[in-house]
Design a protein around this ligand. Structure first.
Ligand SMILES: Nc1nc2c(ncn2[C@@H]2O[C@H](COP(=O)(O)OP(=O)(O)OP(=O)(O)O)[C@@H](O)[C@H]2O)c(=O)[nH]1
Ligand SMILES: [Mg+2]
Length: 397
């Protein structure tokens, strides 16, 4: 099927480059991509050198050439604006992020589109896979900076499947881009691309990297500066924090459960003088109910609209079963440990009761992770959130 693909080119003082780039794309590159309808969207930030005039001159000749003007607010702001325009006004099926300065070879464009035709949703022109390269003119400092930036994101996000996180040359299907909150990206500059990549990958887009050679710019001057790398690291961490917020809440709720259990158990034993076994039961079940409610209305409150999910009572029963499972795990672990090690054990020269020494690692390494998985996969079914990661209501033009 013929799809509309828009090549977005942000420009700031790129008169000499854009003068050569537009006819090259229109006359030589686009005709190579026969099975789709291509267009160009220049996102110019009122360049003082008159880039706009050059574009307007070409617009008379090429009907698929569009110009979107704005105030200078950074590369990310220009892209966000242009992507929104490509989605809403040009009704693009996919967009391609592309530099004006010939650092990206226009001859690579058909390969990106071919990967889309193979069924990929997000195609990255990658400098860091075999066949790819960064400019040989780059000094060691710039090479390291670029490599380190990508490595930082890969380590923090624990995503090693993508080799070039900061590439500026890529194709994205708008089906995914529509769900990215473009108006509130964490960066208006270079680091915008980390945010978009993070969200698109999280939504489960099929990603392909194809090797590209990144050249030194031909004309004009670079707009990148050192402070961008700090901002990029900040954006990477902030996105990681967002992703971890559920686990942070979950751990916090676990803590409140522990306190409630202790208070109710001791309260019912000391104030109401109920037998010990009943006091323990009251304490445990109170903690289970309060943990369930806080998790339901707070930790997992974003899952309430999932239709694959069951109702609150069913969840409550499942939650009780999971909690019972946790108790059984602890009992079995301690029973096994005592069987093997005896009632007491020596750790760093100290003698400890085996049941105490084993309780902590069992809870930390077994009970907590297992519960977290069960809550996500079985009780609140967060996997169904993935596709609709970011709600479309955020959209403002
Ligand atoms: N509209 C707009 N375009 C920008 C802005 N900053 C950069 N650009 C454009 O974005 C593309 C990439 O910017 P460059 O300055 O080349 O950044 P870079 O490629 O990382 O750095 P160099 O390797 O030094 O060229 C170019 O086409 C620029 O003209 C901006 O604030 N607004
Ligand atoms: Mg450049």
């Amino acid at each position: 099927m013929i799809m509309k693909i828009i090549v977005i080119i942000p420009t700031y003082n790129e008169k000499e480059n854009i003068e050569k780039m537009i006819p090259l794309l229109e006359k030589e590159i686009f005709p190579q991509i026969k099975n789709h309808q291509l267009g160009i969207l220049i996102a110019d930030d009122s360049s003082p050198d008159g880039t706009k005039n050059v574009v307007e001159k070409f617009m008379k000749e090429y009907k698929n050439l569009n110009l979107l003007e704005g105030k200078k607010a950074g590369l990310g702001a220009a892209y966000a604006r242009a992507m929104r325009y490509a989605i809403d006004k040009l009704e693009a099926y996919a967009v391609i992020e592309f530099d004006a300065d010939f650092q990206h070879d226009p001859h690579d464009l058909p390969r990106l589109v071919a990967a889309m035709d193979e069924g990929y949703d997000y195609v990255i022109g990658s400098r860091y896979i075999p066949g790819g390269a960064v400019p040989k003119e780059w000094g060691l400092d710039r090479k390291l900076l670029s490599k380190f930036g990508g490595l930082f994101a890969r380590v923090v996000w624990l995503n090693f499947s993508i080799h070039d996180i900061t590439s500026g040359f890529k194709l994205t299907k708008t089906e995914y881009l529509k769900k990215v909150d473009l108006e509130h990206l964490y960066s208006k500059a270079f680091a915008y691309k980390l945010h978009v990549l993070h969200d698109v990958v999280k939504m489960g887009a099929k990603v392909k990297e194809i090797p590209i050679i990144f050249y030194e710019r031909k004309e004009g001057v670079s707009k990148i500066n050192k402070k961008e790398s700090f901002e990029s690291m900040f954006v990477v961490l902030r996105l990681k924090f967002d992703d971890s917020i559920r686990i942070i809440k979950f751990l916090f709720v676990g803590g409140t459960g522990f306190i409630i259990q202790l208070l109710l158990q001791e309260g019912s034993a000391r104030i109401f003088h109920v037998p010990d076994w009943l006091a323990v039961g009251v304490g445990a079940e109170s903690a289970i109910i309060s943990n369930f409610l806080i998790n339901h209305f707070w930790t997992f409150n974003d899952t309430h609209s999932i239709k694959e999910s069951s109702n609150i009572w069913v969840k409550m029963v499942k939650f009780n079963i999971a909690s019972l499972g946790s108790i059984i795990i602890q009992v079995v672990a301690i029973w096994l440990a005592e069987l093997v090690l005896g009632p007491n054990m020596h750790i760093f020269g100290f003698m400890l009761k085996t049941r105490i020494a084993i309780l902590f690692p069992t809870i930390i390494f077994l009970v907590i992770p297992l519960n977290y998985i069960i809550y996500n996969k079985v009780i609140w079914k967060t996997q169904y959130l993935k596709k609709n990661l970011i709600v479309e209501e955020n959209k403002v033009l």
